[in-house]
Design a protein around this ligand. Structure first.
Ligand SMILES: [Zn+2]
Length: 341
């Protein structure tokens, strides 16, 4: 009886404690990223930060890293590399300028050169100070003073506030909002136009420009000839659907960029997202886009609406790919928009 009584009287408090502990543990599990390092080829490794991945090549004279991802990841990776290999990162290569792949490189700036396509510099440069807030930001400017204060923001401007706020004055200006969340993207000090080979420790790494295409105009394929591998980020993700609504305006350029990747020599195709695959996985992304294009084009010609096509274009052979449930309908929407400019 006494036991039951004490259990019963304990219940609200104990239950509250258990819930609170669960919340703390849940929050901790959410905050702490999933990180790992996997060898995928001769001296070539893939490093994971949740759904983002970098690759790095180890040589006797140092490490060549492709994509630093963010400061937390790079800080962790630096200590792992020191512990496992005992040689410094000599090159940080960028796949492209986007904040979620290119941030954090400064962690390696004591020992590394930074390399990317020359168009990266245009994206990193701050637009003129009198640039007004872009349409995706102006709706949040409640006091109408032309900038976003911390108290006003929501969505990406809230979650990435400090990465937008380049001058750290606690407000996102029109120029800062237009440029993007790039505060922690360390600019390349070595750029190239078409192709560039980096040599270190008797090994070569090649950067190959994809041309201006749907995802961005500063995209590099990074090729590791000794390991027979290429690194592809965002515009080709092996065994993952293309991102959301696909991007704007350049479907043929995108397909041609994939054909360029298919024509290179390699056995391993490793994504910044998706899985570690091979050349057939790169070709499969082109086939996916071509099949999606053909089905959506046929529907448009038959007078179907975008909503009708979202319901009928199911891309069933690709059901096993990552983000099929999440992005299939958005991919249909994106293709509809690409085909009806
Ligand atoms: Zn990107």
């Amino acid at each position: 009886m006494n036991n039951r009584h004490s259990l019963a009287s304990c219940f609200p408090l104990c239950f509250g404690l258990i819930v609170a502990m669960g919340l703390v543990m849940g929050a901790r599990a959410q905050d702490e990223p999933t990180r790992s390092i996997t060898q995928i080829g001769e001296d070539l490794y893939r490093a994971q930060n949740n759904i983002h991945h970098a690759v790095f090549l180890v040589t006797d004279d140092g490490i060549i890293l492709a994509d630093p991802i963010n400061t937390g990841f790079s800080t962790w990776l630096k200590s792992e590399l020191d512990r496992r290999f005992g040689v410094p990162v000599r090159y940080v290569l960028y796949s492209h300028h986007h904040w979620d792949h290119a941030s954090g490189g400064a962690v390696f700036e004591d020992t590394a050169q930074f390399v990317g396509h020359e168009n990266m510099l245009n994206h990193i440069a701050m637009p003129p100070a009198d640039t007004s807030l872009p349409v995706n930001a102006s709706g949040q400017d409640e006091n109408g003073n032309g900038q976003l204060e911390r108290s006003e923001v929501s969505g990406i401007f809230e979650s990435r506030f400090d990465l937008y706020d380049e001058d750290g004055n606690d407000a996102i200006s029109g120029a800062e909002a237009t440029r993007g969340a790039l505060k922690e993207v360390r600019a390349p000090n070595l750029t190239y136009k078409d192709r560039l080979t980096i040599s270190l420790g008797n090994k070569d790494v090649e950067l190959i420009y994809t041309g201006n295409q749907t995802h961005t105009d500063d995209m590099s394929i990074i090729r590791f000839p000794d390991a027979s591998a290429i690194f592809l980020v965002d515009w080709v993700s092996p065994s993952r659907l293309p991102f959301a609504t696909l991007g704007t305006g350049m479907l043929e350029a995108w397909l041609n960029a994939i054909r360029l990747a298919e024509a290179l020599e390699y056995d391993i195709a490793v994504g910044g997202h998706g899985v570690v695959g091979d050349k057939a996985d790169v070709t499969a992304v082109r086939h996916y886009l071509e099949e999606l294009r053909d089905q959506v084009a046929t529907g448009i010609a038959a007078g179907r609406s975008m909503e009708e096509l979202q319901a009928s274009v199911l891309m069933e052979p690709y059901q096993s790919w990552q983000n099929y449930e999440l992005w299939r309908a958005l991919n249909v929407e994106g293709m509809y928009n690409l085909l009806t400019p």
